[in-house]
Design a protein around this ligand. Structure first.
Ligand code: NAP
Ligand code: ZN
Length: 350
C-alpha cells in the first residue's frame, strides 16, 4: 500500500505547474506522516522547476518550506505524536554515518543528503516536495514547531531562515558585530531580522531604492544603494560579515572593499562560476575571505525555531493559493514579493 498524494508539479522547464496526482512511500517505523498546511515558495523552487541548474527531474513537485500537522507516526518515532505541528525543510535523509552527519551537519553529508524534491531517495524513487497535501519523512529530518508561533510565517524558516541563520552562527555574529546583507528578498529579509535579533548592527545592499523603508522596518540600521558608487565607497572597511543572497551572476568586486579586516563575504544565493573575475587585492590587503554556505543541519534548524519563538521572529509573508503559483514565480523574478510567498495548502482542495 502506498499513500495517495495530490499537489502541483512542473513537467518541463518551459511549462507552468499543473495539478498532479502521485504516490508517497509507505511510512516506515521511524517515519512521520504530515498533512501539509503551508509551504513557502523559495527562489530555489523556481530555479529547479525551470532547470536553471541543469539537474531537474520531471515531473517535479517543488517546495521545501513545509509546515503541517502530524497525522501518523511509526512505532520508532519518539519526538512526535498525532496532532503535533511539524516542519520539513530542504532535506529528508542523508547517509547518517559519515563525519558531517555524525557532527549534525547533514547538509554536507559525504554521500550528498537526499533533498526534499528533485532528488532520488535511497530506493531510487524521486522525492517530491511540499506543494502537496501530505508528506512522509524520517523523524530525524522533521522539526518540532514551538507552540504559539505563526505557522504561515514560520514556514520560510525551514529554508530562508536556516540558510541565513547558519552563517550568522558559524561566523559568530553577536552584539557588536557589523553585518551586511545583499538583496532584500526571502533570504535577505530573514538575514536582516535574524542578525538584528542576534544583536548585530545590520546594513542592506540593494538595487531597489523603493525597499528602503521596509528594510528599516525589518531592522536594517543602514541602506546602501549598490548602484550608487559614492554610497559603495562610503561603506569601505565596514562589515565583519556580508551575506550575499543574489540568485544570479553578479560582480562581487564592489563589495569586497566594504569588508573589515578579516571580514567574510558568504555566498548563499548564486550557484555557478563568477564573472567578472575576483580581484585578489582586497582579499590579500586585509585577510578578507569569500565563502559559501548551504542551509544548516537538523539540530541547528531546531535551534533556529526555538530562537525565533523566543525572539518573536517570523517571515513577512504573502499567503497565496496553490492555483496562483505560476504568477508568484513571475513576480519573484521581478523582485515583487514582500518578502516570501507562502501557499495555504487548504486551497488545494478548492
Ligand atoms: P528572492 O526572494 O528572489 O530574493 C533575491 C533578491 O536578490 C531580490 O529580492 C533582489 O533584491 C536581489 N537580486 C535579484 N536579482 C539580482 C541581480 N541580478 N543583481 C543583484 N541583486 C539581485 O530569492 P530567495 O528565495 O531569497 O533566494 C535567493 C537565492 O538563494 C536563490 O538563488 C536561491 O536558490 C538561493 N538559496 C540558497 C540556499 C542555500 O542553502 N545556499 C538556500 C535557499 C535559497 P534587491 O531588490 O534588494 O536588490
Ligand atoms: Zn529554499
Amino acid at each position: 500500500m502506498t499513500i495517495k498524494a495530490f499537489g502541483y508539479a512542473a513537467h518541463s522547464a518551459t511549462t507552468p505547474l499543473v495539478p498532479f496526482h502521485f504516490e508517497r512511500r509507505d511510512p516506515l517505523a521511524d517515519d512521520v506522516t504530515i498533512e501539509i498546511l503551508y509551504c513557502g515558495v523559495c527562489h530555489s523552487d523556481l530555479h529547479q522547476a525551470r532547470n536553471d541548474w541543469n539537474n531537474s527531474i520531471y515531473p517535479m513537485v517543488p517546495g521545501h518550506e513545509i509546515i503541517g500537522r502530524v497525522v501518523a507516526v511509526g512505532p520508532q518515532v519518539t519526538r512526535f505524536k498525532v496532532g503535533d505541528h511539524a516542519g520539513v525543510g530542504c532535506m529528508v535523509d542523508s547517509c547518517l554515518t559519515c563525519e558531517p552527519c555524525e557532527q549534525g551537519q547533514e547538509q554536507f553529508c559525504n554521500c550528498v543528503p537526499t533533498f526534499t524534491y528533485n532528488a532520488l531517495d535511497k530506493n531510487g524513487q524521486p522525492t517530491q516536495g511540499g506543494y502537496s497535501d501530505r508528506i512522509v519523512v524520517k523523524e530525524r529530518f522533521v522539526v518540532k514547531i514551538p507552540d504559539g508561533i505563526d505557522l504561515a510565517g514560520a514556514a520560510p524558516l525551514l529554508c530562508a531562515g536556516i540558510t541565513t541563520y547558519s552563517p550568522l552562527r558559524h561566523w559568530k555574529v553577536g552584539p557588536g558585530s557589523k553585518v551586511a546583507v545583499i538583496g532584500l528578498g526571502g533570504l535577505g529579509h530573514m538575514a536582516i531580522k535574524l542578525a538584528k535579533a542576534l544583536g548585530a548592527r545590520v546594513a542592506l545592499f540593494t538595487r531597489s531604492p523603493g525597499k528602503s523603508e521596509d528594510a528599516k522596518r525589518l531592522g536594517a540600521d543602514e541602506i546602501i544603494l549598490s548602484t550608487d558608487e559614492a554610497q559603495m565607497g562610503g561603506a569601505a572597511g565596514k562589515f565583519d560579515l556580508i551575506i550575499d543572497t543574489v540568485p544570479s551572476i553578479h560582480d562581487l568586486n564592489p563589495y569586497l572593499p566594504t569588508l573589515a579586516i578579516d571580514g567574510t563575504l558568504v555566498l548563499v544565493g548564486y550557484l555557478g562560476g563568477l564573472e567578472p573575475a575576483l580581484g585578489t587585492v582586497p582579499l590579500i590587503m586585509g585577510r578578507r575571505s569569500v565563502a559559501g554556505s548551504l542551509i544548516g543541519g537538523m539540530a541547528e534548524t531546531q535551534e533556529l525555531f526555538d530562537f525565533c519563538a523566543k525572539h518573536g521572529v517570523v517571515s513577512d509573508v504573502e499567503v497565496i493559493k496553490m492555483q496562483d503559483i505560476n504568477e508568484a514565480y513571475e513576480r519573484m523574478l521581478k523582485s515583487d514579493v514582500k518578502y516570501r510567498f507562502v501557499i495555504d495548502m487548504a486551497s488545494l482542495k478548492a
